[in-house]
Design a protein around this ligand. Structure first.
Ligand code: 6CS
Ligand code: FE
Length: 299
C-alpha cells in the first residue's frame, strides 16, 4: 500500500489473498493491520480491550445494550420471522432441507429499526476506531436459530468469501454480532478460533456460479480443509463468547468461526452488522465471476 489510508487501483486489484484457485490449501500470512488506530485515552474502548482484539481477533462486550434497549429489536425480530415464513422476498434465506427461515439479509436497508441499530453511535464509535476511519455497512442479516431445529454454520473466514465472491480487496472489515436472545454454551453460539485472523487459509475448489444460492443455506466452497482446521485449533483452541441478550461480539473479517446447530429448547437469534472501511470499497470479485447482489454485498 502506498499510504496508510488509501489503496491505489493496482493495490486493490492485486490478489494478495488468492483462494479457490489451487489444488492444495495454503497458509498465507496476514498482510494487513488488525487495529487501524493507535490507542489513546479517548478511544471508545480500553487499552486492554484494544489489545485483546488485536491478539485474539475478537472482543466480547457483555450487556453492551441494556435489556430495555433491545426489547423493541426483539419484538421486531419476532415480527420479521413470522412475516418471513410466508415471504417470497429474496432476502429471506431458508434452512437446508426445510422451509424454516434461517436468515434475513439487508435489514439495515429495509427496516427502520435495524437501520438505526446499524448507525448506533456507540457501536459505530468502536468500529470506526478499530478500522481507523469512516466505515459503511457491507452486509447485514438476522440469523434465526430457533430451539430444536436451528442449523449450524460450518467453519469459515468471512473475508475469504467477501474477497473471492464480492471483491473486497484487503482485511479492513469486521462484524458486530448483537445477541437478541441469551446465548449459552448449548444453544449454538458463535465459536471463534482466537488468533486465527493472522493467517489466511487459501481454500481448495472452484466456486460454482451463483454460489450464494447454496452457500447461505449450507456453505461447501470457501471452507477450509480439515487438516488446516485441526492445526489451527490445536494451536489456538476455541472460544465461545456467550452472554445475555444485549451483549455484542466484534470480530475481525478473517477470524475462523462457525456455530453448531441448536437442539436445545432455547432460541438463539443474532443481528450481524458487517462494516467495511470506506478505503476498502469492493472491486470486481477475485473469482472473475459476477458479483453477488446488493442485498448480500453493498457495492
Ligand atoms: O456469504 C457470506 O457473506 C457469509 N455467509 C456465509 C455462509 N459464509 C461466508 C460469510 O460469512
Ligand atoms: Fe461468518
Amino acid at each position: 500500500m502506498t499510504s496508510a489510508n488509501h489503496l491505489t487501483q493496482a493495490d486493490a486489484t492485486a490478489d494478495v489473498y488468492p483462494s479457490r484457485v489451487r489444488e492444495y490449501p495454503e497458509w498465507i500470512e496476514r498482510k494487513d493491520p488488525v487495529v487501524y488506530s493507535a490507542w489513546s485515552p479517548d478511544a471508545p474502548i480500553s487499552r486492554i480491550q484494544s489489545e485483546f482484539y488485536e491478539q485474539n481477533g475478537y472482543l466480547f462486550l457483555d450487556s453492551f445494550f441494556a435489556e430495555g434497549e433491545i426489547a423493541e429489536f426483539k419484538n421486531e425480530l419476532k415480527r420479521l420471522w413470522k412475516e418471513g415464513r410466508h415471504s417470497e422476498a429474496k432476502e429471506v434465506i431458508r434452512e437446508p432441507g426445510s422451509e424454516e427461515v434461517r436468515s434475513i439479509f439487508a435489514v439495515h436497508q429495509h427496516n427502520d429499526l435495524f437501520k438505526q441499530l446499524a448507525e448506533h453511535p456507540r457501536v459505530k464509535g468502536i468500529v470506526d476506531y478499530l478500522l481507523g476511519g469512516p466505515t459503511y455497512v457491507h452486509q447485514s442479516r438476522i440469523n434465526f436459530k430457533p430451539g430444536f431445529t436451528g442449523k449450524e454454520f460450518y467453519w469459515h473466514s468471512d473475508f475469504e468469501t467477501w474477497h473471492v465472491e464480492d471483491g473486497m480487496p484487503r482485511m479492513r472489515a469486521l462484524s458486530c454480532s448483537i445477541a437478541l436472545e441469551d446465548n449459552y454454551d448449548y444453544n449454538g453460539p458463535l465459536m471463534v478460533v482466537p488468533g486465527s485472523h493472522r493467517t489466511f487459509i487459501s481454500c481448495v475448489g472452484q466456486t460454482p456460479d451463483q454460489h450464494y444460492k447454496e452457500s447461505l443455506r449450507r456453505q461447501e466452497y470457501g471452507v477450509p480443509d480439515q487438516d488446516s482446521l485441526t492445526k489451527l485449533v490445536r494451536e489456538h483452541g476455541i472460544h465461545t463468547p456467550v452472554g445475555k441478550a444485549g451483549s455484542i461480539v466484534l470480530f475481525d473479517c478473517n477470524i475462523m468461526h462457525g456455530s453448531n446447530s441448536n437442539i436445545s429448547p432455547m432460541p438463539r437469534s443474532n443481528v450481524f452488522l458487517v462494516y467495511n472501511s470506506e478505503t476498502n470499497r469492493l472491486v470486481a470479485p477475485y473469482s472473475g465471476q459476477a458479483p453477488r447482489p446488493g442485498y448480500i454485498a453493498e457495492r
